[in-house]
Write a new protein. Structure first.
Length: 324
């Protein structure tokens, strides 16, 4: 069967590193490896404005909906410097900014804490460390710090458990209590935890015999040298409920979709795979011309939006992706 090509939304001049959506503003925000944050009309794809502070790659961006702000991190792994910036979503002005001594690889916003959570690390051979830090969204003052044994690869806020989930290059997943600072769970893996995703619903329960109410998440695990990956659906305590092996390509990003039981997986070989983890079957596979570095569901148009290494930002309607 001939698969439908992606609708072209926008073309960056360099690889897309991250994407998020601000539904009430009708905006898609895409960070690229040249340090630009492109704010795009989520319906037409036209660029409303371009925000930039440096030429360092803008590796991660998130939207703080309750304060109408975008939060981004850009930096250089060679120089081990990074800038975390809070941008006013309406004016594009900088509300707060701070330079950080470690390289920030992941960032997420926690509305319940009114805080930015960053995952970072030092890649120097003599001080290979990692840490997760909680920052006040208004001032970027540090609230709490969590130590890891290696640079952090991904971090996500789980409101159902009021917990921070992070993965690092020691191939460990750790779940921390935001209130007490205690580590609730530590899970070792044979693969590198690369990206996390939460269901779009605020409270979610996994289907099937191993159901656990609330706190479920997905994690993409990778072995880049062997060119393979795995996606796990886990309950709130990190126990694996379902898993799918990707033998031909690591999964670089993933997102839950509104359809229950469906996760979209973006692969290094350019494939976008819709995995039905309840029936343990792949619903559909579509493709871009290069690695899928980022993805997000856009509720304004009911589309899955992906950002590729080629700089292309494209989308497919959810109705098409779920059709037989």
């Amino acid at each position: 069967m001939c698969e439908r090509e992606a609708r072209s939304i926008f073309k960056c001049s360099c690889p897309v590193a991250s994407i998020c959506v601000a539904p009430e503003l009708g905006v898609l925000a895409a960070g690229d490896s040249a340090g630009s944050l492109h704010l795009l009309d989520s319906a037409s794809g036209q660029r409303r404005c371009e925000l930039s502070r440096s030429k360092d790659p803008m590796l991660t961006v998130d939207y703080a909906h309750d304060v109408r702000a975008f939060v981004s991190a850009s930096g250089s792994v060679a120089r081990e410097v990074c800038a975390v910036t809070v941008w006013d979503a309406d004016s594009g002005d900088i509300r707060a900014e701070m330079n950080y001594q470690y390289f920030v690889t992941a960032l997420t916003y926690a509305a319940e804490l009114r805080a930015v959570i960053t995952g970072a690390g030092s890649f120097s051979q003599d001080k290979l460390i990692g840490q997760v830090v909680v920052w006040n969204i208004d001032s970027l003052e540090q609230h709490r710090k969590f130590r890891c044994t290696a640079p952090v690869t991904s971090v996500i806020w789980n409101p159902s458990r009021r917990a921070i989930i992070c993965g690092d290059r020691s191939q460990c997943i750790r779940i921390w209590s935001a209130e007490s600072g205690e580590m609730m769970t530590e899970i070792s893996s044979s693969l590198l935890p690369w990206r996390f995703a939460l269901p779009l619903q605020a409270s979610y329960s996994l289907g099937g015999g191993g159901a656990h109410a609330g706190g479920a998440y997905a994690v993409a695990l990778c072995n880049f040298k062997a060119n393979l990956g795995e996606v796990n659906i886990c309950d709130g305590e990190g126990r694996v409920q379902n898993a799918e092996r990707f033998e031909s390509s690591p999964v670089l990003c993933l997102t839950f979709l509104p359809e229950p039981g469906i996760v979209a997986c973006g692969c290094r070989n350019g494939e976008v795979v819709l995995w039905d983890y309840e029936s343990r079957a792949r619903r559909r596979t579509v493709r871009m011309s290069s690695a899928i570095n980022a993805m997000v569901y856009n509720p304004t148009k009911g589309e899955l939006v992906v950002g590729a290494k080629s700089g292309e930002i494209g989308s497919w309607p959810l109705a098409y992706l779920l059709s037989d």
